[in-house]
Design a protein around this ligand. Structure first.
Ligand SMILES: Cc1cc2nc3c(=O)[nH]c(=O)nc-3n(C[C@H](O)[C@H](O)[C@H](O)COP(=O)(O)OP(=O)(O)OC[C@H]3O[C@@H](n4cnc5c(N)ncnc54)[C@H](O)[C@@H]3O)c2cc1C
Ligand SMILES: NC(=O)c1ccc[n+]([C@@H]2O[C@H](COP(=O)([O-])OP(=O)(O)OC[C@H]3O[C@@H](n4cnc5c(N)ncnc54)[C@H](O)[C@@H]3O)[C@@H](O)[C@H]2O)c1
Ligand SMILES: O=C1O[C@H]([C@@H](O)CO)C(O)=C1O
Length: 481
């Protein structure tokens, strides 16, 4: 707090015509520009300087903007360059509330702009104006020159930056055009435009095929049941959500989905997506020769970090994405990367990683901006956290909400009756609790999970295995803290 106030005082005393910033990460001083009008043409952009430029207007950018405001460093100093037509929003809503049936009050903007997902102000476009933050919409950065400290947008604007934060997120992996990946009726879901396009297909859909058994597969399949559509999930592994769920956890959810009419085609690879006579997708051909009829196909086969055009700042070959240190600094002074695109040191497990989840987008943004603006030098010490919520639409017979904290390594102990709730504990060979999963917990129970995963207590496995309720199991874990 002391450093924040100090920074505020310093910020207010800085010369209005020339400003230096980033006490710890100071790299360059650039002339401050006066507060500008929000409609700017390419020509009056040339050679203009910005103290802080954020490239990408997604989840992380929204939380970064909030942190600039909290430090009194946004007004007239911050510019966000965005590919999308909307101010930053809570992307998780797109496969949750956004896909509710149209008569069940689906979420729509401005309802879920950042930072409502984490309980902050709703940052609609007026919020950015009010705080003097310039946002360029529908104008992606297409090239960049780290020597000149400039980015160039697709409309031809050249923007000179003092510090640059790359928050370009990730893009959906796609099937190639030659196997039908671009046919009308084939959908990928990353942004509002994608979700709107999917909704227009769902309105006329009868048979839906969902390819991929991960987050998008599970969330969109659940949404499709709300629309009463004939739904099939096709995926290569032998159970859903294989990168996190144990076969046993997966089995519970698979049974639930099947009880709602969803068909599962496991261990299945795609040969081709084929069009009907109208040119729209009509069927999915599997490598084993099976044909799945479908008028709408949703592809959720993972995402790739959106590194272009910033590859020159240094990529991580093992986990992909832009390599940063524990303060989100890339190899180029004054350039930072946050959110899905950043490959960062995961201190708690001493390894490099990328995290494509919103909690990290929020926290990395806040940590990076705090470091940039103050003397704060605490390394980022992230505890992995994943969650999902499905079947939330009004009238659903069974709502599902789960959370996982930590690392899914070691032996597992599963407790509980899934009809009510279930918990799984990952315990390593030293009897340390490494990860914990909970379905349908209370808010107090969910609040215990990060404490457990962070402290990694030694637990008595035999005692844990001997109980039958989630409440008793959590109590044993709590008492070992
Ligand atoms: C449908 C969906 C549902 C999800 N649900 C959950 C969930 O329930 N829980 C969870 O933890 N996580 C969820 N996630 C993941 C979470 O949304 C991401 O981890 C988070 O959005 C990452 O934030 P980000 O700012 O790094 O990237 P993004 O939010 O993707 O933002 C990146 C932005 O940069 C823009 N951009 C890219 N390139 C350029 C360029 N060259 N110039 C300008 N702009 C550019 C993009 O258009 C985008 O607006 C979901 C993701 C998706 C796609
Ligand atoms: N609740 C959440 O946290 C949440 C929700 C939705 C989306 N997301 C994020 O959105 C992004 C995309 O999600 P996703 O579900 O697409 O990714 P994912 O990695 O969760 O799942 C990908 C699935 O597709 C399968 N797959 C991969 N290649 C395939 C291929 N060639 N053919 C058929 N299947 C293939 C995988 O085996 C897996 O089942 C991720 O970053 C994810 O974290 C997160
Ligand atoms: O983190 C989240 O943000 C959105 C929503 O809360 C915004 O309204 C959502 O569905 C999440 O899971």
């Amino acid at each position: 707090m002391a450093s924040v106030s100090l920074r505020r005082i310093m910020a207010s005393s800085i010369s209005s015509s020339y400003c230096q910033f980033g006490l710890k990460n100071r790299v360059v001083g650039v002339p401050r520009v006066p507060r500008r009008s929000f409609v700017v043409s390419a020509s009056n952009f040339a050679n203009e300087n910005r103290e802080f430029v954020i490239v990408g207007g997604g989840n992380a950018a929204g939380y970064a903007a909030r942190t600039f405001v909290e430090h009194g460093m946004a007004d007239g100093r911050l510019c966000i360059v965005s590919k999308e037509a909307f101010a930053p929003y809570e992307r998780p809503a797109l496969t949750k509330g956004y896909l509710f049936p149209l008569d069940k009050k689906p979420a729509r903007l401005p309802g879920f702009h950042t930072c409502v997902g984490a309980g902050g102000d709703r940052q609609d476009p007026e919020w950015y104006q009010k705080h003097g933050i310039e946002v360029l919409y529908k104008d992606p950065v297409v090239s960049f020159d780290s020597n000149a400290q400039t980015v160039v947008t697709s409309s031809g604007k050249t923007i000179k930056y003092g510090s640059l934060i790359i928050s370009t997120g990730a893009v959906s992996s796609r099937f190639p055009e030659k196997i039908g990946g671009d046919l009308p009726g084939v959908h990928y879901i990353r942004d509002v435009a994608d979700a709107d396009s999917l909704i227009s297909s769902l309105q006329n859909a009868k048979k839906v095929a969902i390819i991929g058994g991960g987050y998008i597969g599970m969330e969109v399949a659940a949404a499709a049941t709300g629309w009463n559509l004939d739904t099939t999930i096709i995926f290569p592994e032998d159970h859903i959500m294989s990168r996190l769920f144990t076969p046993s956890i997966a089995h519970r959810y698979e049974e639930l989905y099947q009880s709602k009419g969803v068909k599962m085609m496991k261990g299945s690879l795609i040969e081709k997506l084929e069009a009907g006579t109208d040119g729209r997708v009509a069927r999915v051909l599997l490598k084993n020769g099976t044909v799945v009829e479908a008028d709408t196909v949703i592809v959720g086969i993972g995402a790739k970090p959106a590194v272009s055009p910033f590859g020159a700042v240094g990529l991580n070959s093992a986990v992909g994405g832009i390599q940063v240190d524990s303060l989100f600094r890339t190899s180029v002074p004054g350039i930072f990367a946050i959110g899905d695109v950043a490959a960062f040191p995961l201190k708690i497990y001493n390894r490099m990683t990328r995290v494509e989840h919103v909690d990290h987008a929020r926290k990395s943004a806040q940590h990076c901006v705090k470091t940039l603006l103050t003397a704060h030098t605490e390394p980022y010490d992230y505890l992995p956290y994943f969650y999902s919520r499905v079947f939330e639409y009004e009238g659903s017979t069974r709502k599902v909400w789960w959370q996982f904290y930590g690392d899914n390594v070691g032996e597992t102990v599963e407790i509980g009756n899934f009809d009510l709730k279930i918990a799984t504990f990952w315990i390593d060979s030293d009897s340390r609790l490494k990860g914990v999963f909970l379905e349908s917990g209370t808010s107090e129970e969910f609040a215990l999970l990060p404490q457990l995963a962070r402290s990694q207590p030694i637990v008595d496995k035999a005692k844990l295995k001997s109980v039958s309720t989630v409440e008793d199991a959590l109590e044993i874990a709590r008492s070992s803290l």
